[in-house]
Design a protein around this ligand. Structure first.
Ligand SMILES: NC(=O)c1ccc[n+]([C@@H]2O[C@H](COP(=O)([O-])OP(=O)(O)OC[C@H]3O[C@@H](n4cnc5c(N)ncnc54)[C@H](O)[C@@H]3O)[C@@H](O)[C@H]2O)c1
Length: 314
């Protein structure tokens, strides 16, 4: 199988590339290394994967790559993922997250790519759901709270449009909060990676608000498995990928505490504006349509992430 992975030098993308190389796929990665790292692909490149350092926003380069490589599947993970940057510069965010997706979709259609699997977001698309809609199903009408989520929602809309107009085979996976090895603890995203980094450095974790805010944390290997299942299936529309369970920030800290060698009690800071109080995804559709279920328990996943962070020397 020939697979194109956009954003394949990033956290989730590089884990997916490793899985594709391991099963014998011919893999090309389209990534401009905005946040991704060549080092994430070291093992995959040794196994035959190729990194094409181009931007999704370069329509001619995208088209040329798809025309010459002729992948059977495109896994589209490349994105501007910084929610705060999306607020400061929504036009830039839309160029990458909407414009880049349209470039890929159009070339995929022109060059008969059989399947298009998009990495969307469950955490940032639905907005604040009422208590009786948590865990939130795909039928809940999204009301994103930042341009990042709005751009993902708009990009999904172009996918459904192409599906209706041309019968293009497309699916959008709406992830919860993905965590695991290679997530950048130096960045802003990914509270588990940040807490692992703090723990290793012997520092106390910072909690914004009272720490009762909940998220649906999903381990990266489970997200990779969902991508592989979605590529094989013919289902269309959005599919939530999470555990269906809420975990609070304080619960995360309690689970990591036994591994701490220094004081790991939280330092509380004022709540951040616009942060959702609760979030979890209803994952019945993923089970029914993809035969997929999360396999990795949060405690086990956090321990693996902590070990990987230590091994990476961060
Ligand atoms: N991490 C999460 O919790 C989470 C949750 C929901 C959705 N997602 C989605 O999953 C995907 C992967 O996210 P991640 O967490 O691995 O982040 P990441 O930043 O590690 O990966 C994104 C990749 O896209 C690349 N990229 C950015 N702009 C590009 C451009 N113009 N052209 C080509 N490549 C470009 C980056 O260099 C990077 O390698 C994204 O689409 C993100 O929106 C992630």
């Amino acid at each position: 199988m020939k697979s194109l992975v956009t954003g394949g030098a990033g956290f989730i993308g590089s884990n997916l590339v490793d899985a594709l190389v391991a099963r014998g796929d011919q893999v090309k990665v389209l990534d401009n290394l905005a946040t991704g790292k060549r080092a994430n692909l070291e093992q995959a490149i040794a196994g035959g994967a190729e990194l094409v350092e181009q931007s999704l926003t370069d329509r001619a380069a995208v088209d040329q790559l798809i025309a010459s490589f002729k992948p059977e599947t495109i896994f589209h993970l490349g994105a501007q993922i910084d929610v705060r940057r999306s607020v400061e510069d929504p036009a830039f965010d839309s160029q990458v997250n909407i414009g880049g997706t349209i470039n890929l979709l159009e070339s995929a259609r022109k060059h008969d790519v059989a399947r298009f699997v998009f990495s969307s977001t469950g955490g940032a698309i639905y907005g604040e759901a009422p208590a009786d809609q948590i865990p939130t199903p795909e039928t809940f009408v999204p009301a994103p709270e930042a341009p990042y989520g709005q751009a993902k929602y708009a990009a999904e809309g172009y996918m459904w449009l192409n599906q209706r107009l041309y019968g293009q085979s497309v699916v959008a996976l709406r992830y919860g909060n993905v965590y695991g090895p290679r997530q950048d603890p130096l960045g802003e995203a990914g509270v588990i990676a940040i807490f692992c980094g703090k723990l290793i450095q012997g520092e106390r974790p910072t909690v914004f608000g009272d720490g009762t805010q909940t998220r649906d944390y999903i381990y990266v290997d489970d997200v990779v498995a969902a991508n592989l299942a979605a590529a094989e299936a013919s289902v269309t529309g959005p599919i939530n990928i999470g555990t269906g369970r809420e975990t609070s920030v304080l619960e995360l800290i309690d689970s990591l505490k036994p591994h701490a060698k220094a004081d790991f009690t939280p330092v509380f800071e004022p709540a951040r504006l616009g942060e959702l109080p609760r979030s979890a995804l209803d994952v019945a559709r993923a089970h029914e349509e993809l035969g997929w279920n999360a396999q990795v328990d949060l405690l086990e996943g956090m321990e693996t992430t902590l070990e990987a962070t230590i091994a990476a020397g961060i």
